[in-house]
Design a protein around this ligand. Structure first.
Ligand SMILES: NC(=O)c1ccc[n+]([C@@H]2O[C@H](COP(=O)([O-])OP(=O)(O)OC[C@H]3O[C@@H](n4cnc5c(N)ncnc54)[C@H](OP(=O)(O)O)[C@@H]3O)[C@@H](O)[C@H]2O)c1
Length: 298
């Protein structure tokens, strides 16, 4: 009988960043049987996490990662990573050799490559693993995770990521996860604006939005935005997920990358300007479907 290789199952993990996304993601790892130590800059969130979940909290990131075989993080963006992860006193240097770092933050592909090569120097395998699916996806454990890195690192992380994801896939080497997330954001920008225009047109034409969406969502115009946002958009309610300021951060990353690879992004650039208008209307924290509000300005 063939002898199966022993698979070392990762048990001790750390989670850094208990924001809208990280808080529930860390909870899913705990419920999947991991021993989780969390760290968050604002301590009260870590205390609340410990009240609601099985696990421990640390008062510094270095303390959180000290005993971890794998470290997960979901932070605001690139500048935080540079300061808290890559610096001489940062997380990477505090991790043990042979461990794994999985970064769920949305940031640039070049930063992901920098983290991967800094990780190599420390003996830490790194994956860039941005997510899609929003707050609801994180809370329901239904995120989509796009991963960049080495296959061996991916194999170690895959089953853990499945604790909070319905879809996870290794796309290619370091940076490929972030590049895939950019593709996702470019695709979404045009779809949201297109649907905002269509719905606004329907309402101004005196049609009943529910009836219109019921019929056209069965045809070629169907989209996730249409199915999940037509009602709240019709009602002018925009508290349902990904914020305008986060979308603008993500589009900035896309524009930076497109300057390097030569891809043209005329619609994404236009929609970014529309989001700037929405932000000026006081909508920085509104969700991305708020593009329709701009069409109803006085
Ligand atoms: N929200 C979504 O729907 C969504 C969907 C897909 C992807 N994402 C991406 O996921 C990442 C996290 O998003 P989120 O919505 O969870 O954001 P969030 O709620 O604002 O949380 C951000 C996290 O980063 C920490 N942080 C921010 N600045 C920091 C600093 N200077 N030093 C240390 N920690 C800092 C925050 O700590 P404090 O608690 O102390 O502020 C918090 O833990 C972002 O890259 C975002 O683009 C979000």
């Amino acid at each position: 009988m063939a002898i199966r290789p022993t698979i070392h199952v990762i048990k001790n993990v750390a989670f850094l960043g208990l924001g809208v996304m990280g808080f529930p993601m860390a909870g899913w790892l705990s419920r999947a049987g991991c021993s989780v130590t969390v760290f968050n800059r604002t301590t009260v969130k870590a205390e609340r996490w410990c009240d609601e979940n099985e696990g421990a909290m640390a008062l510094t990131a270095a303390e959180a990662v000290a005993g971890a075989e794998a470290v997960f993080m979901c932070l605001g963006g690139g500048p935080v990573i540079r300061e808290d992860v890559l610096s001489d006193s940062g997380v990477l240097r505090a991790m043990r050799s042979g461990t794994l770092l999985v970064d769920h933050t949305t940031a640039s592909a070049s930063l992901a490559r920098e983290i991967a090569s800094a990780g190599e120097e420390c003996g830490v395998q790194c994956l860039d693993a941005p997510v899609s699916g929003g707050q609801a996806g994180a809370e329901n454990g239904q995120l989509t995770v796009m991963v960049g890195g080495e296959p061996e690192a991916y194999e170690r992380a895959e089953s853990l990521i499945h604790a909070f994801a319905k879809m996870v896939r290794l796309i290619g080497p370091a940076g490929s996860g972030q590049l895939t997330k950019m593709v996702n954001q470019i695709a979404i920008a045009g779809v949201v604006q297109g649907f905002a225009e269509a719905l606004n047109f329907a309402i101004r034409a005196g049609l009943e939005p529910e009836a219109v969406v019921d019929v056209i969502s069965k045809g070629a115009a169907q989209s996730w935005q249409m199915d999940n946002r037509w009602e709240t958009m019709s009602a002018g309610k925009f508290e349902f997920g990904f914020a305008v300021e986060w979308m603008r951060k993500d589009l900035r990353i896309c524009f930076e990358e497109s300057r390097a690879n030569g891809a043209e992004l005329p619609i994404a650039a236009l929609v970014d300007q529309f989001y700037a208008d929405v932000a000026d209307m006081g909508g920085k924290r509104w969700d991305t479907s708020s593009l329709i509000a701009r069409l109803n300005r006085d």
